[in-house]
Design a protein around this ligand. Sequence first.
Ligand code: ADE
Length: 244
Amino acid sequence: MRFYILTLFPEMVTSALLTSIIGKAAKKGILEIEGVNIRDFTRDRHQKVDDYPYGGGAGMVMQAQPIYDAYCSVAEKIGRRPRTVYLTPQGKTFTQAKAKELACTEDLVFLCGHYEGVDERVLEEIVTDYVSIGDYVLTGGELAAMVMVDAIARMVPGVLTNEKSACTESFEGNLLEYPQYSRPVEWNGKRVPDVLLSGDHGKVELWRREQSILRTRQFRPDLLKNAELTLREKAVYGVNDGKI
Ligand code: ADE
């Protein structure tokens, strides 16, 4: 899978993403992350990529031409028009389901806006998905793109060494993850739950499942209506069509 991030700050994105697990996957050739500097495509002799908004108002608007040319350089390289995500608080909220869906794409472009916005005409021309990472406003799309690339890349087969962990963790089946413990058995006066020391895998699985349901009910009751629960679990934990 290849990620192309169109941005005015390519190092910001690549340096953070190429560290740690995603960086290891890139070194192994499982994925590629390329920061594409929009400024490299300006035709302005002062390297300008923004201008005043028509109609007046505060701030500057990123111009269409350098963004379009940056996009075209990617499209030409891969031989077709790629799926292109524009990071904006006006987009649909990013979810695990969206991460999974996008993880099936071979080439994915992210457009990071800045200043007061981006000329609408280039958005109309290239964007396939408008995505927000939450109901707050960032100074630019870079952090949002990094969040998305991280969440998508870890779904790509081979990126996580423990393949199972992508399936059992928070949000799979719309349940939060159960609590985890490691050595020592007692820390700060607190003991690891006995069931985890019992060696009985069946009991451990049952306990973890129960903890997942209880946690979801406590912290994210909104997820429960879409959780995959058995009829028995619904009865035991008092889950009724999402209303508890
Ligand atoms: N750009 C600025 N704020 C954003 C947000 N919340 N999500 C995605 N992109 C953004």
